[in-house]
Design a protein around this ligand. Structure first.
Ligand code: ADP
Length: 480
C-alpha cells in the first residue's frame, strides 16, 4: 500500500489575543514594572517576536510578596475550604471554556504541537484545578490532622516545557490548602501564565491570592531569597535546584524540588514489541523530549535488539516534524536557541565518544529551532549521553542480558524520576517495580499523568511529590 499524504491542517491563530506588551500581575491588576526593563518572548518555530515581557526586579518582588501576604492574612486564610473550592472550580471551568485559545498560545510560545497542547497540556491543567477544588473542603479528612494549616505565602518557579501545566501543578494545590502565591514562569514561555492572570480576574479571585511576576533567573533567585516567603516550590534543572536548596538551607524554609531525570525504559524479550515501540516513541519524542521524566535511555534485552531497532526506525521514519499549529504535527520546535545548542553539544559528544547516530529523515524548516528525532546505538554507561539529561528528542540505546543487569543499569544514574517496564509477565513487572529506584514507574505504557497520582523523584531528581494526597502535604505546615 502506498503512503498516505497529509494535507496541512492548520489551527487558526486568530483566537490568540496576544498583547504587544505585558506588565506584572500584582494584587489582581497588571502593573508596569519598577525598572521598565523588557525582554521578548518569541515563537521558536519561526523566531518571530510574540510580545514584550516585563523583567521584575526586587522592588516588584517585594510588592508581589506584600500583596500575597495581605491577601493571606485578610482574606484567604479566613475563608472556609468550601468557599476556596468555588474559586478553584471557577478557574477550572474557565480554563475549559478558553481551552482552544490557551492551546494556541501555548503552541506559539513554546513550540510544542497543537495536538499535545489541545489534548494534554490544557485539559490536564483544568483537571488539576478540578481535582484540587475537590480537596479544598476535605483537608481535615486527608490525614494531616484535624486542623491542617497552610504555610502562608508560597514562591513558585516553573520551567518552560509545560508552562500552563506546571503552573496548574503549583497553583492548584497551593490555593486548595489555603496558601497565597507569587509565581514566576520561565522567561521563554510566560504567555499562558499571563493569560492565566486574566482567568484569575475573570474568576473574581480576591486580589493578591495569585501574583504572576515575569523575569529571568535573576528574578527567580531574588524571589526565593525574599525574607517573607514561607515556602518555595521549584521545577527546573538540577543545577538551579541545588542552588535554591543551598540558599534556603540557612533560613530552613520548606522547599519542594522537581528536577531532572534520565529515565530508563526497559524492554524484556517477552514484551509485546509493537506496543513497546509506540511506548518508547511516546516516552522520548513526546514534547520534543523536553520532559524531565522522559524515557531517554532504552534498555533492550540483547536477543531482541536488532528486531526492535528496525521496528523503531521504521516507526520513527513516520514521525512528522513541522509547524506546531498543524494538527498532523508530531514533533514541534525546540523551545529556544540555547536549548538547541545544548542538544547539539550532547549529541556531538555521543558521536565523539563512539556511539552510532541515526536520525529520522525529516525536512527541517529554514527558520526556527529544530532537531530531528534521533537515536544512538552502541551506547555504554560511560557515555555522557547515557548519564546526562539531554532534554531533547534523543534516545540512547543500551542492552542487557539478564533482568538483574537491566535493573543495575537502570538504577546506575544520579537521577531517579521515572522508569518504564515492558513485559508480558505481571510477576516480572512487579519484581522490576520493586527494584527500580524511580518516583514513577510505568508498566506497558509511558508518560501517563493524572492529578490524583503523586509525581516526583529520588536522588538528584528532587524532593517531595506533586499531585494526589502526597502533593497536598507539601503545602500544609508540618505535614508528613
Ligand atoms: P532550564 O535549564 O531547563 O531552562 P532552569 O532551571 O534554568 O531550567 O529554569 C527553570 C526556572 O528557574 C525558570 O523559570 C528560570 O527563570 C528559573 N531560574 C533560573 N535560575 C534561577 C535561580 N538561580 N534561582 C531561581 N530561579 C531560577
Amino acid at each position: 500500500m502506498s503512503d498516505f499524504e497529509y494535507a496541512p491542517a492548520l489551527e487558526s491563530k486568530a483566537i490568540a489575543n496576544i498583547s504587544k506588551d505585558y506588565g506584572l500581575f500584582i494584587n489582581g491588576k497588571f502593573i508596569a514594572s519598577h525598572n521598565k526593563k523588557r525582554f521578548e518572548t518569541i515563537n521558536p518555530a519561526n523566531e518571530e517576536v510574540l510580545a514584550k515581557i516585563s523583567l521584575a526586579d526586587e522592588v516588584d518582588i517585594d510588592k508581589a510578596v506584600k500583596a500575597a501576604r495581605a491577601a493571606y492574612v485578610k482574606v484567604w486564610s479566613k475563608m472556609s475550604g468550601k468557599e476556596r473550592a468555588k474559586y478553584l472550580f471557577r478557574i477550572a471551568r474557565l480554563l475549559q471554556e478558553r481551552s482552544r485559545e490557551f492551546a494556541v498560545v501555548e503552541s506559539l510560545d513554546n513550540g510544542k504541537p497543537i495536538r499535545e497542547t489541545r489534548d494534554i497540556d490544557i485539559p490536564l491543567s483544568a483537571a488539576h484545578f478540578f481535582y484540587h477544588a475537590g480537596w479544598a473542603d476535605k483537608l481535615e479528612f486527608a490525614g494531616f490532622g484535624d486542623k491542617p494549616k497552610a504555610h502562608g505565602v508560597v514562591a513558585q518557579i516553573i520551567p518552560w516545557n509545560f508552562p500552563l501545566l506546571m503552573l496548574a501543578w503549583k497553583i492548584a494545590p497551593a490555593l486548595a490548602t489555603g496558601n497565597t502565591v507569587v509565581l514566576k514562569p520561565a522567561e521563554t514561555t510566560p504567555l499562558t501564565a499571563l493569560l492565566f492572570a486574566e482567568v484569575c480576574q475573570q474568576a473574581d479571585l480576591p486580589p493578591g491570592v495569585v501574583n504572576i511576576i515575569t523575569g529571568d533567573g535573576s528574578t527567580g533567585a531574588a524571589l526565593t531569597k525574599h525574607p517573607d516567603i514561607d515556602k518555595v516550590a521549584f521545577t527546573g534543572s538540577t543545577e538551579v535546584g541545588k542552588l535554591i536548596a543551598r540558599s534556603l538551607a540557612v533560613s530552613n524554609t520548606p522547599v519542594t524540588l522537581e528536577l531532572g531525570g534520565k529515565g530508563a525504559n526497559i524492554v524484556f524479550e517477552d514484551a509485546p514489541l509493537d506496543q513497546a515501540v509506540e511506548g518508547i516513541i511516546n516516552g522520548i519524542f513526546f514534547n520534543q523530549g523536553h520532559v524531565c521524566c522522559a524515557g531517554s535511555r532504552l534498555l533492550l534485552q540483547e536477543n531482541i535488539h536488532d528486531e526492535f531497532l528496525s521496528k523503531l526506525q521504521k516507526r520513527m521514519s513516520k514521525i512528522r516534524l513541522g509547524d506546531p499549529l498543524d494538527k498532523n504535527t508530531d514533533i514541534g520546535a525546540i523551545n529556544s536557541a540555547a536549548q538547541l545548542a545544548k542538544i547539539h553539544e550532547l549529541s556531538s559528544s555521543g558521536q565523539a565518544e563512539g556511539a552510532d547516530i541515526w536520525s529520522a529523515p525529516c525536512q527541517i524548516p529554514n527558520k526556527g529551532f529544530w532537531f530531528a528525532p534521533t537515536i544512538f546505538t552502541g551506547v555504554t554507561q560511560a557515555h555522557r549521553i547515557a548519564r546526562e539529561e539531554i532534554f531533547g528528542p534523543v534516545l540512547s540505546v543500551l542492552t542487557f542480558r539478564t533482568p538483574q543487569e537491566a535493573i543495575e543499569k537502570a538504577n546506575n544514574t544520579p537521577f531517579g524520576l521515572s522508569a518504564g517496564v515492558w513485559s508480558d509477565k505481571g510477576s516480572r513487572i512487579l519484581w522490576a517495580g520493586n527494584h527500580l529506584k524511580a518516583g514513577v514507574i510505568w508498566a506497558n505504557t509511558f508518560n501517563k499523568f493524572d492529578p490524583a497520582s503523586p509525581f516526583g523523584g529520588y536522588k538528584e531528581s528532587g524532593w517531595g511529590r506533586e499531585g494526589g494526597r502526597h502533593g497536598l502535604g507539601a503545602y500544609i505546615k508540618g505535614a508528613k
